[in-house]
Design a protein around this ligand. Structure first.
Ligand SMILES: NC(=O)c1ccc[n+]([C@@H]2O[C@H](COP(=O)([O-])OP(=O)(O)OC[C@H]3O[C@@H](n4cnc5c(N)ncnc54)[C@H](OP(=O)(O)O)[C@@H]3O)[C@@H](O)[C@H]2O)c1
Length: 325
């Protein structure tokens, strides 16, 4: 009987708690046992996001919800090939290249050689788009898109993106520039050229407080949260808008922002196939670029988690599942 591999959180703790586990394939590959609206995907690459590592460490609501459900397979971003379709699936055929933001927030499951997903959660991957980029885009891209929507970023706005070199940040810069905003991005000196190439003015956070470098931003997209996010409120002009993305510190940052007379909101990304389709098309057209900094074999997922926990990865990192590392 054919088997396949997954990388699972066996218990909450250090990256070493991630371990490969084996599942049986035949039941999944039989189109008769897929629900009518489901497809079976052979995963090529899975995206790695900070929430995966936070959950593995036992932090946040995905960990709380799954604490009695271990081993649990993390991963919300996948790209791969359709290998079987449920009976009512018309949009996809065997062999189609697809990507998706799956199982969010409680199910996860992307760190796996095969996944079963509702057909409606998938986007086509154009032939010219590398699968590793297609796997890296969904969660980070939709977070960037929705943060800019929430902040109502428009042409002419001065927008500060904290952590502009990261997974969400490097996409948020480009989407804000595309809206006609003047974009500033905080990063270390080593990432200054990277964020400049994306269209932002780089602010080196190690060269003194950000509010001594910028004072009249209309919008702050806070991808750091906590004390870093709070300190950056001084960059925003009175009445300006703040969207703080890390959920754990959102209340704290919003409260401080309101005390300064700013409009502030937290957010939780909502999967949107429409947005994924749009950004996938932008990647193919070359109007959005996605930087994949490192690719780790699935079995080396612990190293990928160490990297994401360093807090200093550039762009995205992904796991090679069926694709080349
Ligand atoms: N609420 C939601 O729905 C939602 C969705 C997605 C993500 N998030 C959260 O949003 C945050 C960002 O996610 P991400 O995927 O973009 O993270 P990421 O890719 O891990 O971010 C890494 C980047 O952070 C930068 N950085 C580190 N310290 C910095 C500092 N003091 N100032 C400025 N930049 C700094 C690093 O740049 P340097 O190396 O140059 O320092 C690095 O490029 C995470 O906390 C994540 O959990 C929330």
């Amino acid at each position: 009987m054919e088997t396949y591999q997954q990388l699972a959180i066996t218990r909450f703790g250090e990256p070493a708690v991630l371990a490969m586990q084996t599942q049986m394939l035949p039941a999944l590959a039989d189109a008769q046992v897929l629900a009518d609206d489901q497809v079976l995907i052979k995963v090529a690459y899975a995206g790695v996001n900070p929430i995966d590592a936070k959950t593995r460490a036992g932090l946040g609501w995905a960990a709380a919800q799954n604490k009695d459900n271990l081993p649990w397979v993390p991963g919300y971003d996948i790209a791969g090939d359709v290998v079987a379709c449920g009976q009512s699936v018309r949009r996809w055929s065997v062999g189609d290249r697809v990507s998706g933001f799956i199982g969010f927030p409680l199910q996860g499951g992307g760190y796996s050689e095969y996944v079963v997903v509702p057909a409606a959660q998938l986007s086509p991957v154009p032939a010219s788009t590398p699968m590793r980029q297609a796997a890296a885009l969904p969660l980070a891209g939709q977070t960037a898109w929705q943060a800019l929507e929430k902040a109502a970023v428009k042409a002419g706005d001065q927008v500060l993106v904290l952590a502009g070199a990261g997974g969400v940040g490097h996409l948020a810069i480009q989407l804000a520039v595309a809206r006609g905003a003047k974009v500033f991005a905080s990063c270390s000196a080593g990432n200054a050229d990277f964020v400049r190439q994306l269209g932002a003015t780089a602010l080196d956070y190690r060269q003194g407080p950000l509010d001594s470098q910028l004072k009249d931003a209309d919008v702050l997209i806070d991808l750091m949260g906590g004390d870093v996010g709070t300190a950056a409120l001084g960059c925003v002009k009175a009445g300006g808008r703040v969207v703080t993305v890390p959920t754990i510190t959102a209340e704290q940052v919003c409260e401080q922002a309101r005390q300064r007379g700013l409009q502030a909101e937290g957010m939780l990304v909502t999967p949107s196939v429409t947005q994924n389709d749009a950004m996938m098309a932008m990647l193919a057209a070359g109007t959005l670029s996605l930087h994949v900094d490192a690719v780790y074999p699935l079995a080396d997922g612990a190293q990928a988690h160490q990297a994401i926990e360093s807090g200093h990865t550039r762009g995205k990192i992904v796991l090679a599942v069926g694709g080349d590392a």
